[in-house]
Ligand binder design. Structure first.
Ligand code: UD1
Length: 421
């Protein structure tokens, strides 16, 4: 198993380029299922979750070709096999995003029920009830969600909660359904807009993506005219902005989608981090000592839950104390005991954490429990005194393209090592 070894204490300096967004690429690649001709995507990041998606698409009967950052997906003559097996779904919950496209395209789908994960139970009930309103019927059989329908039809759907994956699944399914689907209380994340932009560029009729109401008129088929370029990753970009601030460095984050990052950027500025905005880049540099602030995770445009762990890592060394409230996932504080092992002062109470700044963190062996927790430990290690070893780094590989290489370019002393499993 791989780990990252970090010698802390180096101020990061230079330019880092942001990769394509994992959370945009995953639904968009699954959108390929809706096509009966090849589709091509650019700026696809090399990540474990993308490899898992590629494997799943191949299992479903698509040929894929992934070179550089370009992926082609083409249906094979042998036809689609509408079954997403447990072995793949258990490694990536987002596999459930094939459900809507398979039902829309074939009228059947069998997808392993995603189990819990380190950050919570994460059910898919909202996806299923919305697809039921569109005419699908589901049974649970041997751990698999089995769905059937004649032809999906447009429906009025009101989500109880603006689920990101649910919004994406329904948007894809509704593209090939009969009639109009109106989705209320839809998630507004920028990755949803990217998915809509891709589908609309291929003839879909989606209006309102990025707002709380999305209207989708079904069409008879989709056809791609030119390769679609995946948007840059706002979470990766935000992680490097925080790393620059924590190490008292100066980093230019290129391809930074800062217009989609207002909640994070305004909190960073409130902490005393100076951000200068260029056309498609942001330069981050702290203005002297960092001050603590409170954060509360919320659906977009609120503060993203996917930045909570990294922001908390920064709060551990700010002046004063800050409260971190997690409202999206019920168990997303797995990084807390690991940060405490590095000398952080954090008290947990329910879904809130009180973080009191300490003068410095100390390097320690720590363990990544999930993707963003892993990233938080890496950036904590960058500013800690001495050596930090972050184990189970495969979590970080799910969502950060070449993280240690990018950090090395910024001057960090970080390297990948093999540790016994
Ligand atoms: C997506 C992102 C993930 C991010 C999350 C919230 C991808 C691949 N993943 O995950 O990185 O942290 O959005 O911004 O884009 N819920 C239900 N029933 C459902 C669906 C969701 O109760 O049917 C609950 C979940 O358990 C969770 C909350 O709603 O507590 C948010 O989930 P959701 O917005 O669906 O997140 P994901 O799409 O899984």
């Amino acid at each position: 198993m791989d780990s990252l070894l970090i010698q802390g204490g180096v101020s990061l300096k230079g330019t880092v380029k942001v990769s394509g967004a994992k959370n945009a690429a995953l639904p968009i690649l699954f959108g390929g299922i809706l096509f009966d001709e090849p589709v091509v995507f650019e700026n696809v990041p090399h990540l474990r979750d993308i490899q898992t998606t590629q494997k799943l698409l191949e299992t479903l009967g698509f040929a894929t070709n992934f070179e550089q950052n370009r992926m082609e997906i083409a249906p094979k003559g042998s036809g689609i096999v509408p079954e997403a097996p447990y072995d793949l779904v258990k490694t990536m919950r987002a596999s459930v995003l094939c459900l809507g496209p398979l039902l829309a395209r074939l009228g059947e789908a069998s997808v392993a029920m995603p189990g819990g994960c380190a950050i919570g139970a994460r059910p898919v009930d909202l996806h299923l009830s919305a697809l039921e309103r569109m005419g699908a019927e589901f049974t649970l059989d041997g751990g698999y969600i089995k769905g059937r329908c004649k032809k999906l039809r447009g429906a009025h759907i009101q989500f109880d909660f603006p689920t990101v994956g649910g919004t994406e699944n329904i948007m894809m399914a509704a593209c090939l359904a009969e009639g109009e689907t109106v989705l209320d209380n839809a998630a507004r994340e920028p990755e949803i807009v990217d998915l809509a932009n891709f589908l609309n560029s291929c003839g879909a009729k989606i209006e309102g993506a990025g707002q709380t109401q999305i209207r989708i008129r079904g069409v008879t088929g989709l056809s791609q005219e030119q390769p679609y370029r995946i948007m840059p990753d706002r979470i990766e970009a935000g992680t490097y902005l925080i790393a620059a601030a924590m190490t008292n460095g100066e980093v230019r984050v290129e391809d930074c989608p800062y217009k989609d990052m207002e909640a994070l950027c305004s909190k960073l500025e409130a902490c005393n981090v100076h951000l200068s905005y260029e056309d498609n880049a942001v330069v981050a540099k702290p203005h002297g000592e960092l001050n603590a602030v409170d954060i509360r995770t919320l659906p977009h445009p609120g503060f993203p839950t996917d930045m909570q762990a990294q922001f908390m890592a920064m709060l551990t060394m700010c002046r004063g104390s800050g409260i971190v409230e997690e409202t999206i996932f019920e168990n997303r504080f797995m990084h807390v005991p690991e940060l405490v092992r590095m000398g952080a002062d954090i008290r947990l109470s329910g879904n809130s954490a009180l973080v009191r700044g300490v003068p410095s963190l100390t390097g320690a062996p720590v363990m990544a429990s999930d993707l963003r927790a892993g990233a938080a430990l890496v950036i904590a290690g960058l500013c800690a005194d001495g050596e930090t070893r972050v184990d189970r780094i495969y979590h970080v590989d799910r969502g950060y393209e070449g993280m240690e290489l990018k950090l090395q370019e910024l001057g960090a002393r970080i390297r990948r090592v093999q540790t016994p499993a």
